[in-house]
Write a protein that binds this ligand. Structure first.
Ligand code: ADP
Ligand code: ZN
Ligand code: MG
Length: 504
């Protein structure tokens, strides 16, 4: 197409992702060092993960098992034999000067992941998902007296650089999608779903810093080159100049970086300029992307087989590796089994912990009450405080006790919600303590009855007014009873009891 025509054409956005996921294992992928992230810098290291001469890697069974689980969850082919390669490059965070990764025989091939976006089911192809080791982490620092964290800066402003090899050798899975995304919003929905699935599998900790890192590829193609079914031919994809935005650390960041990149490329094309094939960096604070380097090519890495690791046979073993019920299946079951709305079921299945907790509460009391208290009240209050379910997972017994107090009519739902739950979250109090301190226990029938009798005895004028047909008198007496019961009686009920006493 001529350049003129290109400038006027409608453009379609094409996006593909490479997502690096840290797998939750006790020890690193090729040595026995701990993966504990809070350790002092450079204490979880050994000759293998420091790349000392002669040290030999051994594959961590738990990392392979986690990878097989991911493969099953994304419906991927898991070949009978899978191999490791060396990806060679020099960077200080990589002590061996190569990264052990997988190349032409990755452990997961040709999978897919379904997710919902703007009310529609979408499916994105996953070309491959392979195992590799994480490099160490790097911190650029400026001289000064303040705490280290306040002196970290970009490389060009740094006086020196610190390297921590604790992370080196943490098992990673790189999930490479097909370029099936058509807008940045879809990417965010996909990432949310991917995290859900990984978390259900128990192979991933979303709260861990840097546990999910995204490289996002974007190109614009002529809308006329999009086939009727929405697919785009391989040669069109290969010809499109694309940029890769590296190392994005959040779902929101991915969406923002891609939205910026799409409009940047569009402006270039519309003004008749070329999109350069390059690697770019997303600046989270400024919301823009800046060029880093021209895109490296595969040949730059001189991939060759890792001779220190024999091919890995997983064909028999993989049969024994089971995965739990995944979010989609569980959501459908919740709708059927508990009669929940799609919306409530989605909320309740978004993390395994919430879903497990809901089922636990539903079994003890009833499903509607459990759905209200877990999906609406608890998640709502957590969300309001920017807290996660994991922040309260050791207090599920207390939340269950709160639901019990409501289920057994010992406190009103209003007090449970507005006082007890909030105090539990803000002050760390136990529900029974809040009820006692705030005197929220519903007054028993006898006490209300006594208060009614006392109010009548003490207010003969009002009783007379009542018999004379003065409407306000009953309200005055209700007020007296409410005062005596500290507001815990039900006004409607009090009104009825008073009338019974006065008329009966
Ligand atoms: P490379 O070998 O250059 O890394 P790959 O084929 O491995 O390229 O793809 C890397 C990533 O780029 C994948 O996530 C893929 O979906 C994405 N991708 C491929 N073609 C395009 C394109 N035309 N536009 C956007 N992303 C693309
Ligand atoms: Zn080690
Ligand atoms: Mg690639």
């Amino acid at each position: 197409m001529s350049q003129r025509a290109q400038q006027d054409a409608d453009l379609e956005t094409v996006i593909g992702l490479e997502v690096h996921v840290q797998l939750e294992t006790e020890t690193k992928i090729f040595c026995g060092c701990s993966t504990e992230s809070a350790a002092e810098p450079n204490t979880n290291t050994c000759p293998v993960c420091l790349g000392l001469p002669g040290a030999l890697p051994v594959v961590n069974e738990a990392a392979v098992e986690a990878a097989v689980k991911v493969g099953k969850a994304i419906d991927a082919d898991i070949p009978a034999e899978t191999t490791f390669h060396r990806k060679n490059y020099y960077y200080p965070d990589l002590p061996k000067n190569f990264q052990i990764t997988q190349y032409d025989a990755p452990i997961c091939q040709d999978g897919q992941l379904e997710f919902a976006h703007e009310g529609q089911r979408r499916s994105v192809g996953i070309r491959r998902a392979h195992l590799e080791e994480d490099p160490g982490s790097i911190k650029h620092v400026r001289e000064g007296t303040g705490p280290l964290e306040s002196r970290t800066c970009s490389i060009d402003r740094a006086d020196y650089t610190l390297i921590d090899y604790n992370r080196a050798g943490t098992p990673l899975m790189e999930v490479v999608t097909r370029p099936d995304f058509r807008d940045p919003g879809e990417v965010r929905a996909f990432l949310e779903k991917l995290e859900e699935v990984l978390e259900y599998l128990g192979v991933f900790d979303p709260a861990r810093d840097g546990s999910l890192r995204i490289d996002a590829n974007l190109s614009l193609v002529d809308a006329a080159d999009v086939n009727e079914d929405g697919s785009i031919d391989e040669d069109v994809l290969a010809d499109a100049n694309r940029t890769e935005v590296k190392n994005i650390s959040s779902h929101r960041g991915a969406e923002d970086a891609l939205a910026y990149e799409a409009s940047r490329q569009k402006k270039l094309i519309q003004s008749g300029r070329e999109v350069e094939q390059e690697t770019r960096h997303f600046n989270e604070t400024h919301g823009n992307t800046v060029g880093m380097r021209s895109k490296e090519e595969e040949k730059d890495y001189r991939y060759f087989r890792e001779a220190d690791l024999p091919p890995l046979q997983v064909s028999d073993w993989k049969q024994e590796i089971a995965i739990p019920e995944l979010p989609d299946a569980r959501r459908e079951r919740f709708v059927e089994e508990y009669g929940l709305s799609e919306e409530a079921a989605s909320k309740l299945t978004s993390t395994k912990q919430v879903a497990d907790f809901f089922e636990d509460v539903a079994e003890r009391f009833d499903a509607d009450l459990a759905a209200t208290w877990v999906a609406d009240e608890l998640l709502g209050e957590l969300n309001y405080r920017d807290m996660r379910i994991t922040d309260v997972s050791d207090r599920f017994d207390e939340v269950t006790r709160l639901v019990e107090l409501v289920a057994e009519d010992e406190i009103t739902a209003k007090n449970a919600r507005e006082t007890v739950l909030r105090d539990m979250l803000d002050e760390g109090d136990a529900p029974d303590d809040v009820v006692e301190r705030e005197d929220l226990g519903k007054t028993s029938g006898d006490e209300v009855q006594q208060a009614v009798v006392a109010a009548i005895d003490e207010n003969p004028d009002a009783v007379e007014d009542f018999h004379d047909g003065e409407g306000g008198a009953i309200n005055f007496l209700v007020g007296q009873v409410m005062q005596k019961t500290g507001g815990s009686a039900d006004p409607g009920e009090v009104n009825g009891l008073l009338r019974e006493e006065l008329e009966g």
